[in-house]
Design a protein around this ligand. Sequence first.
Ligand code: HEM
Ligand code: HEM
Length: 499
Amino acid sequence: MENRPLEYDYTVAKMFMLTTVLLGAVGMLIGVILASEMAFPGVNTMLGSLGLNEFTNFSRLRPLHTDSVIFGFTLSGIFATWYYVGQRVLKVSMAESKLLMFLGKMHFWLYILVVAAAVVSLFMGITSSKEYAEFEWPIDIAVVVVWVTWGLGIFGLIGIRRERSLYISIWYYIATFLGIAMLYLFNNMEIPTILATSPAGETGIGAWYHSVSMYSGTNDALVQWWYGHNAVAFGFTVPIVAMIYYFLPKESGQAVYSYKLSLLSFWGLMFVYLWAGGHHLLFSTVPDWMQTMGSVFSVVLILPSWGSAINMLLTMKGEWQQVATSPLIKFMVLASTFYMFSTLEGPIQAIKSVNAIAHFTDWIVGHVHDGTLGWVGFMIMAALFHMAPRVFKRELYSKSLMGTQFWIQTLGVVLYFTSMWIAGITQGMMWRAHDEYGNLAYSFIDTVTALHPYYTIRAVGGLLYLIGFFMFAYNIYKTMTSGRRVEESELQSASPMAA
Ligand code: HEM
Ligand code: HEM
């Protein structure tokens, strides 16, 4: 192994940091618009009077929100951290291989092309209508190319590494790559309608970019929720765990609490997650045993999920004072806590009798956002805060701005999920209330009226989170452009890992 420190090349990491911030801001802004449309229906008519109705109505904007925060913000965050963490823990610089640099840049530019195509097509209302798999076949093929390019980069870097042992984060990044590849391919098996034949014998139906799923009916639903649920696993969990296993020990200077526990929870997650998707289809036409299997595996999933989260929290053992002094550690510790929180809430919602109340209600939306805002969002921002001074070689612009951001966003998340809990449970109870003859006690509009205050609180919570995100973007921008120049050796990092 060389003695002089390696000069890592962060060109591609920086490119993806940029898209993480930009697409995060856009996706969350659309989230706030959606929340406002629900809280203040006048927003719809106001936007409509500007002649934008076709593009700004709820149904057109919703997939734009979900896809931009998932495939824009989260995925960019995953790529940005990979191009940073990968080199450091494998102890090899991308600059050492022209091919890897080329692949990295190609990965970025192809990704940008796919994002542009996705945004335009969703705005135009072109969608396969499967949640989180809305893109039509030409974009799906492009997604596969982007993914393969990333994979070549991952295995290429691993192939030329100096560090023989693969640090835990690397297992999680590899699992992300393999997991999403498998899910995306199977769920998006579709036939372009121009190649299909209708029951009446017509061929060449519809626009060239339209398609129909290769599966039908219940099978389609099963594959879709096997995908949907595991997109949470391999998009919102596995790569985010990869990040925390690297950035928390690095930032705190503490060794990971237990390698055995990390190994156990890794294989536990890999095995258990794949069987739990049936909890999205409880009380549906899916065979009963599959629904029960979905519920049972969901409850078992608490174990590996909490295994990782507890491992992270115990990593801070003896160093808890850092939570008080460092806003960055606060972000990561709260992220682990929200991870524990949503992975307890999810299994509870997967119990059939609870799901009978929760399904289709805002409680599910609350669950989604305590996971995504509290866990995914906080961890990605923490990772970028840690990376920025090291990749731009400049001191972080403002620690106190980061601290203020933390509290504003924490308040935002709390307002978001508590309002959605109350709204969801109220909604579920009102829908099922009936009199002694079986007549429903409430009409649909009664529930809408009852939920209105909570929608307003959610919109305020979402706005606070968005304001915090703009503070984050500003802090990163100022770090990049006007922070005091520093060398990495000056940055505090008593890390247990050499890199
Ligand atoms: C032990 C882990 C988890 C379990 C067992 C679980 C379980 C559930 C259940 C039962 C639902 C509701 C299905 C329905 O009735 O519609 C759900 C929905 C959802 N969960 Fe989780 N959850 C877990 C962790 C997470 C985490 C950590 C996140 C995000 C970071 C997350 C994101 C989602 C999303 C996005 C949906 C909504 C899907 C949709 O209907 O569009 N879950 N989850
Ligand atoms: C400022 C922050 C945000 C606000 C105000 C917001 C708001 C919303 C709203 C209003 C919906 C539609 C709910 C419905 O159909 O009833 C939604 C759905 C969703 N959002 Fe967000 N969001 C935000 C950030 C995020 C982030 C950062 C992520 C992921 C990383 C995310 C992931 C999702 C998902 C997966 C859904 C679909 C949930 C489901 O089908 O149950 N959101 N969001």
